[in-house]
Write a protein that binds this ligand. Structure first.
Ligand code: IMP
Length: 178
């Protein structure tokens, strides 16, 4: 997915290591009811396990006509990307309101107990069928009207320029630099 690569591009002068390298085998259950809650739970768990500043994210798709679902359950909505998209399109069949947004919540937990947060959102519409071959997850059905393209029709740098994760990371970058 390239989260680590995106982060390394945004943060210079710091060594960034993955969760798997920092605390092999540590699994944190994402059972909070908000993106912010899950990100904080993960960041605190990795700080506790490693003693290192820990940055965690949680993200997902919120669809207006579904009352914000799948939301924090976006990854668990169905077993595979293709099945998640098919289920989403099924639930939206006949729906007039196609508005949706992605949210990304980042949490940085620092030794000493300080917590920094950043959030990014990307707004668009769910179209009737997949378009594009880039990205992952719900990207092929997430249409950005201002570009006339789905997120899956954008290159990685183009997507990072407007995505929820790119926005949250740019908001977090100065806090990391400090
Ligand atoms: P997590 O943040 O790794 O728990 O993932 C949440 C889920 O939300 C992912 O598995 C995807 O299904 C979906 N998701 C989050 N960000 C994106 C994105 O940028 N494009 C498409 N799907 C996304």
């Amino acid at each position: 997915m390239g989260k680590l690569a995106e982060l390394r591009e945004l943060v210079t002068g710091l060594e960034v290591i993955s969760a798997a390298e920092a605390a092999p085998g540590l699994e944190v259950e994402e059972d909070a009811l908000t993106f912010e809650g899950n990100a904080e739970k993960k960041a605190r768990a990795f700080l506790a396990a490693t003693g290192l500043p820990s940055l965690a994210d949680d993200s997902g798709l919120c669809v207006d006509a579904l009352g914000g679902r799948p939301g924090v359950w976006s990854a668990r909505y169905a077993p595979t990307d293709a099945e998640r998209i098919a289920k989403l399109l099924g639930e939206l069949k006949g729906a007039q309101n196609r508005k949706a947004h992605f949210t990304c919540a980042l949490c940085l937990a620092l030794p000493g107990g300080a917590i920094e947060r950043a959030v990014g959102e990307c707004h668009g519409e769910i179209i009737d069928g997949p378009r594009g071959a880039h990205g992952f997850g719900y990207d092929p059905v997430f249409f950005v009207p201002s570009l006339g393209k789905t997120l899956a029709e954008l290159t990685r740098p183009e997507k990072a320029g407007l995505s929820h994760r790119g926005q949250a990371m740019r908001a977090m970058a100065p806090k990391l630099a400090r």
